[in-house]
Design a binder for this molecule. Structure first.
Ligand code: NAD
Ligand code: MG
Length: 379
């Protein structure tokens, strides 16, 4: 089996460390040639000791690099991720940075890598048209890592050229699924970080609770699978056993199932078209007894509706949604605003920041800057 070098961008995070678990299980298949992180230097040092990459990067430069890690080529500063990726000459890049901060890495990974494994959904939410056009022009596969999109991608392998009528994205409902509207407004950081089925980074866990995450995923699915918003349906499914589904024109539906564990979708992207067994918990249907489904309640959780409206408005609207959300989620996690302000800030950014056309990556960053400035002003 051929050996693939992989750059893990955002190596210290939830997705990054689970990808490295798979690298460790398959040393004859993968070598982590490049590991990058933002500020968690001690954690990155530990990973470097274990995985011995050629290249590593930290956005925040640490006081010093430990003696035993000085053989690695180090990069520091705001563009260190991209400089490390370019220097590493890895065949694949797993983009697992959180937020629009990952867009630049995805953009450059398309130039220099054979395949991009995409966890960083915000890169598609903000730069989707440009990124997908570039991937198509360069004929580079974008392999989804987000569990719903991996599920759809897996189902699509059985498509045999048949048209897909719609995509059904499942949604756990997040930590506040059964909460009343007034209680949701004042949910604490602790309440929100207690996700029922997935263990993830802080930002995405808050996004799950507001359901902005599912909105971002509708936009992500629109770009990855060239599907209009009105053919993407969200279904609440609390057990997170069905990861998503596709429906054909004859009404037949294919679903991809499994117990929730991100190593499934990460491994499918890493090993594609093969599969990488890991110690997955089997689905015990008899013990589960039932799987539940419900329609999303857009009244208590306006996140999905706002994202679909932004996608339909086009231009910079999804960038404005994303930028305002990143600022509001950061403020909530620092306990500067109540939970209920997050959707309010996004809504007022969408109403107040003018929507402009997106023709270049520079246009994306300009719209993001405006959205952030507006959102900061509302905190
Ligand atoms: P996380 O917060 O656990 O990790 C983020 C990683 O990115 C860390 O290594 C951090 O050091 C790095 N990073 C953060 N800001 C950076 C910056 N400005 N520049 C460079 N590096 C930076 O996040 P996560 O939960 O692993 O999520 C990563 C991405 O994957 C997100 O886009 C998220 O939406 C997506 N995703 C995550 C999960 C999950 O289960 N965690 C599931 C689906 C999709
Ligand atoms: Mg997801």
């Amino acid at each position: 089996m051929e050996m693939r070098t992989i750059a893990i961008l955002g190596a210290t995070g939830s997705i990054g460390t689970q990808a490295l678990d798979l690298v460790a299980r398959y040393p004859e298949r993968f070598r982590a040639g490049c590991l990058t992180a933002h500020g968690s230097s001690e954690k990155l040092f530990e990973l470097c000791r274990r995985f011995r990459p050629d290249v590593a990067a930290l956005v925040n430069e640490p006081a010093e690099i430990p003696q035993d890690l000085r053989g690695i080529q180090w990069f520091f500063g705001p563009d260190s991720t991209v400089r490390a990726l370019l220097a590493s000459k890895c065949r694949d890049a797993l983009c697992a940075i959180v937020g629009i901060a990952g867009l630049d890495a995805v953009w450059h990974a398309l130039d220099v890598c054979e395949r991009v494994l995409l966890a960083n959904k915000e890169a598609l939410v903000t730069g989707g048209d440009l990124v997908m056009a570039k991937a198509a022009r360069l004929n580079k596969p974008m392999l989804p890592v987000d569990s719903e999109h991996s599920a759809i991608f897996q189902c699509l392998q059985a498509r045999q050229g048949n048209p897909v009528k719609k995509l059904l994205l499942t949604c756990s409902g997040g930590a506040l699924r059964d909460w009343k509207k007034e209680a949701i407004y004042h949910a604490t950081v602790r309440d929100v970080l207690a996700h029922p089925t997935w263990n993830m980074g802080g930002k995405i866990t808050v996004d799950c609770a507001t359901r902005v995450n599912k909105g971002l995923e509708v936009i992500e699915a629109h770009h990855l699978f060239a599907m209009p918003a009105d053919r993407i349906e969200v279904v609440i499914h609390p057990q997170s056993v069905i990861h998503s589904m596709i429906e054909f024109e004859d009404g037949a539906i294919l679903a991809q199932m499994g117990m929730p564990d991100m190593r499934g979708p990460i491994g499918y992207a890493m090993g594609f078209p093969g599969r990488l067994p890991y110690d997955a918990r089997p689905v015990d249907f008899a013990a589960l007894g039932h799987l539940d489904f419900a329609a999303p309640d857009h009244e208590r959780f306006p996140g999905i509706r706002m994202a679909i409206d932004a996608l339909k408005a086009g231009g910079s609207a999804p960038v404005i949604l994303n930028g305002a959300n990143e600022v509001a989620v950061g403020a909530f996690l620092r306990e500067r605003i109540p939970f209920g302000r997050i959707p309010e800030i996004i809504q007022s950014a969408l109403e107040s920041v003018p929507v402009s056309p997106i023709k270049s990556i520079a246009d994306v960053y300009e719209a993001d800057r405006r959205a952030r400035a507006f959102a900061m002003g509302s905190i």
